[in-house]
Design a binder for this molecule. Sequence first.
Ligand SMILES: Cc1cc2nc3c(=O)[nH]c(=O)nc-3n(C[C@H](O)[C@H](O)[C@H](O)COP(=O)(O)OP(=O)(O)OC[C@H]3O[C@@H](n4cnc5c(N)ncnc54)[C@H](O)[C@@H]3O)c2cc1C
Length: 284
Amino acid sequence: MSAAVTVVGAGPAGLAAAIVLAKGGRDVELHEWHRHVGARFHGDFQGLENWSCDEDTLCELQSWGIDINFLAHPVRTGTGFDARGRRYEISARRPLYYLVERGGSVQSLEYGLLKQAEALGVRVHFGSRVRETEGETILAGGPRKADIIASGYVFETECEDGAYIAFDDRLAPRGYAYLLVHQGRGTIAACLFSGFKRQQEFVERTCDFFREKVGLVMRNEQAFGGYGNLRLPRSAVQGRHPVAGEHAGFQDALAGFGLRYSITSGALAAQSILENRSYEQLWR
Ligand SMILES: Cc1cc2nc3c(=O)[nH]c(=O)nc-3n(C[C@H](O)[C@H](O)[C@H](O)COP(=O)(O)OP(=O)(O)OC[C@H]3O[C@@H](n4cnc5c(N)ncnc54)[C@H](O)[C@@H]3O)c2cc1C
């Protein structure tokens, strides 16, 4: 019997890799630095994008054997604002993206993936920071540095569901500001590609903007923030080990929608081990 595969990091990339490996009949030891999944996130809503491939994102996940046991609300309409505050309605027949929740709650993406991995027999070691690797290992430890930061609030609200984005350097230099409301809860943030030292100023401007434009009212707001890595990978192999997700630099370099890339690359890294194929060829 072959030895267990080690997976480093229980984010979407590492969890997807663990699920695909376990479904393929391999023993998996999954190590997560923090004491629970989703520690890097705060119950914020994110978009699992559905625009970069013809294949629907959720169908792609299911084709890897991943169940949709987490909140994945299809969003087909939204509102965009340009730098002059002009409003554009956006709609599509197929979902633009699926709204997911990040963090450790029972409806979050990572909690759902964790439960699937555990049900398949993956041994998950929390509070286990991997520093050295040996044997078959997939590295999925998330971003290595901060090229972009997103900062804002998660909150409760009476406002109707909606998805809003604004491209205006006064709100988010070289990036964008966004507001997502779903069933009485919301996420608002400025996603900055520069001007990091003034992030709080941009967050407050973003809140004022959406108060004025869409009548936003927030209750019980809690600050949140995070960062992402936009380095494009030349190679996604470190030593002999496949590197998945943002640890490899798999990201949407225009807007930071890295989730789908993370899940797909995690699954491909697992496939490369199961089928003894070149990961470099698979991800390219
Ligand atoms: C505020 C914010 C908003 C975002 N919004 C969107 C969005 O709307 N749509 C989208 O597609 N993307 C979005 N992203 C990007 C998306 O969250 C990431 O691309 C995605 O989480 C990357 O997944 P990952 O599994 O590669 O890494 P992570 O989610 O970072 O998971 C890596 C895990 O590895 C663990 N780890 C790290 N080092 C070790 C170690 N040595 N040993 C053990 N464990 C380790 C970490 O604790 C972490 O749990 C956003 C990012 C941020 C910060």
